[in-house]
Design a protein around this ligand. Structure first.
Ligand code: NAD
Ligand code: ZN
Length: 335
């Protein structure tokens, strides 16, 4: 039996690096695009129709869409780790279509009703924010944590926002691009560090340690470069946690003995799991402001231009938002 579903009139869809990758490379790892596929998975829409047995939503509700619906029956699903479900149906991951469409159907319990004061764009941004929340939960960021974040792209920035909200006392964020670090600083990073591609992880670690008051107890890689994962391990204090979010080459060289001899835990992150409610609460309470991430807006009819902007980072693009309906048409409050 299919779970209760809703038909959504789509409103806002953010472009993610993976959408751009599918468009340009036609694959991400083992996920290969073999036939035309609709992209988009960072999205919010308005309920246009409710299926039988839908109890949590009504026509007209504005919702954020958690884009992956698991099988609900396997061990991982039963244990609550549904992001690990092998039968996950995830928007815009082949063979499944995404939701950059006028109308889109989704499981009702993977739609989160937005309070009136949360905009549709913010609803769409709950997707990347949930990755940041999950990464910080995996890192066990808490009161007083000293956090090193590597990469100040959208994922590094949402990790920064989540770490702040979870009580981190000091956050250093790195990147190779100064203007991304400027945005991180604006969002409240304690320190930013512009890295030099020519410098080794071993050399860079000294710069990190000189900048922070003491070695970080958490490091979150949000870029996927080998040098970055190495830096994360070398810089993290003994007994700390390194979380890898960035997805780069399938195999990289890591200083494993250094990590094990200092009991530095290395943990992976795969999307998010039960993190949407926290992400929504952070935005709705005003603890986190995700709006600064959006640098560009396009109408759905300008989608090709939107993808060019995101792909090449034109105009300092960070998050590019596509509007399926006129911007703010479904926002009752003026933003
Ligand atoms: P992005 O490419 O927009 O941002 C990456 C940033 O890292 C860029 O600003 C880049 O300049 C910077 N960078 C590159 N090399 C660096 C280095 N050696 N040190 C420091 N910074 C460096 O990507 P994004 O959308 O922010 O995503 C970041 C990574 O997270 C990607 O690898 C993406 O595939 C991955 N990701 C993983 C998950 C997951 O579930 N694990 C989910 C979403 C994204
Ligand atoms: Zn499952």
């Amino acid at each position: 039996m299919l779970p209760p579903e809703v038909l959504l009139a789509m409103d806002s869809v953010g472009i993610c690096g993976s959408d751009v990758h599918y468009l340009t490379a036609g694959r991400i790892g083992d996920f290969v695009v073999t036939k035309p596929m609709i992209i988009g998975h960072e999205a919010a829409g308005v309920v246009a129709k409710v299926g039988k047995c839908v109890k949590n939503l009504a026509v007209g509700d504005r919702v954020a869409i958690e884009p992956g619906v698991p099988c609900r029956r396997c061990d991982h699903c039963k244990q609550g780790k549904y992001n690990l479900c092998a039968d996950m149906v995830f928007c815009a991951t082949p063979p499944y279509d995404g939701n950059l469409t006028r109308f889109y159907k989704h499981a009702a319990d993977f739609c989160y009703k937005l309070p009136d004061h949360v905009s549709m764009e913010e609803g769409a941004l709950l997707e990347p924010l949930s990755v940041g929340v999950h990464a910080c939960r995996r890192a066990e960021v808490g009161l007083g944590s000293k956090v090193l974040i590597l990469g100040a792209g959208p994922i590094g920035l949402v990790t920064l926002l989540a770490a702040q909200a979870m009580g981190a006392a000091e956050i250093l964020i790195t990147d190779l691009v100064q203007h991304r670090l400027d945005v991180a600083k604006e969002l409240g990073a304690t320190h930013t560090l512009l890295l030099d591609r020519e410098q080794s992880a071993e050399e860079t670690v000294k710069r990190v340690l000189c900048t922070m008051s003491e070695a970080p107890d958490k490091a979150v890689d949000c870029c996927g470069a080998e040098s970055s994962a190495r830096l994360a391990i070398f810089a993290t204090r003994s007994g700390g946690v390194v979380v890898i979010v960035g997805m780069g080459a399938p195999e990289i060289k890591l200083p494993l003995i250094n990590a094990l001899a200092r009991e530095v835990d290395i943990r992976g992150v795969f999307r998010y799991c039960n993190d949407y409610p926290a992400a929504l609460a952070l935005v709705a309470s005003g603890k986190v402001n995700v709006k600064r991430l959006v640098t560009h807006h396009f109408d759905i009819t300008e989608t090709a231009k939107a993808f060019e902007t995101s792909r090449y980072g034109h105009g300092g693009a960070i998050k590019v938002m596509i509007h399926v309906q006129p911007r703010d048409a479904n926002n009752s409050v003026k933003f």
